[in-house]
Design a protein around this ligand. Structure first.
Ligand SMILES: [Zn+2]
Length: 289
């Protein structure tokens, strides 16, 4: 569980990521990526020729399942705290189940506030009748996080609320399990055309396509550089949408951005999602919902 009030390290696109070089390395769905539903997808078209090698066309001889790129639409978060909701919207739209007014009323019914935990997202999937499986290392709130700056605010009230959600999960048909998930499990899931929302430490996750991001500060006027020390943990949700086995990359949508798919090495991804503070939360979502 665990979750963010996502203190996004990335400002919404427009402030950062506007340089042509960076944008061109991130083909938009219109220019670069082609992906077909139902698992294995071909790589980019001719427009993709200036792509880094790992994004070029899949070798036709490569076995199916070695390259997966699912057409998960990109939806940007609106505030600093709603990355989890943006991820849920991306997933629901991918499943063809996103209706904006229904989504808004779901948020009201579930009484979601600005503090969104992974368990809240699992309830949201359940609300829409979406088949899901939430894997975590801690079934409830980890007391150890109490003094982490990211979690400190309102820890006690949130602890009660979140622990209740865990306690009621089974009765509410929300599937939660304490389990360890391997990269192979994740790849097998994606290869079936399914997707996943993952809680990561955004201070650790580094996209290979975005050039090293300028750090902005929540407290500085917009566009001003931040010279604060990076906090140890910044919870952030992303949506997984594929991988390239040959190059060892994983593809994801980062809701901080409106215009790109991101990619990182499996090792960086593993470090970011198993970082202290995440509880290794991963919400598997199934296409056949
Ligand atoms: Zn990126």
């Amino acid at each position: 569980m665990t979750g963010p009030r996502c203190r996004r390290k990335h400002r919404p696109s427009g402030r950062q990521g506007q340089s042509g070089a960076r944008a061109s390395k991130h083909p938009t769905p219109e220019t670069g990526w082609t992906a077909r539903r139902g698992s294995v997808a071909a790589g980019g078209g001719t427009e993709g020729q200036d792509l880094p090698s790992q994004f070029k066309l899949r070798n036709p001889a490569a076995p199916a399942g070695d390259f997966v790129q699912l057409p998960v639409p990109i939806i940007q978060q609106l505030y600093h705290w709603d990355c989890g909701l943006a991820c849920s919207r991306m997933v629901l739209r991918y499943l063809g189940q996103l209706d904006d007014s229904e989504f808004e009323s779901a948020l009201r019914e579930l009484r979601l506030t600005k503090s969104i935990w992974t368990i809240d997202l699992a309830y949201l999937m359940r609300h829409f009748g979406v088949r899901h499986r939430f894997c975590t290392q801690t079934l409830g709130v980890d007391k150890g996080y109490k003094n982490q700056s990211f979690y400190r605010k309102h820890f006690d009230t949130e602890e009660t609320r979140v622990n209740q959600l865990f306690a009621q999960a089974k009765a509410c048909k929300v599937l939660v399990e304490k389990c360890t998930v391997s990269v192979q499990d994740i790849q097998a899931h994606l290869a079936q055309g399914h997707v996943a929302i993952v809680l990561v430490n955004s201070g650790v996750l580094h996209c290979d396509l975005c050039s090293s991001p300028v750090k902005y500060c929540c407290f500085a006027p917009s566009g001003h550089r931040c010279f604060c020390r990076t906090p140890d943990y910044q919870g952030h949700f992303i949506v997984l949408r594929g991988y390239n086995r040959a190059t060892g990359c994983i593809f994801y949508n980062n809701p901080a951005y409106a215009d790109r798919m991101c990619s990182t090495s499996l090792s960086n991804f593993e470090e970011a999602r198993t970082s202290y503070g995440t509880d290794e939360d991963i919400l598997f979502v199934y296409l056949d919902s």
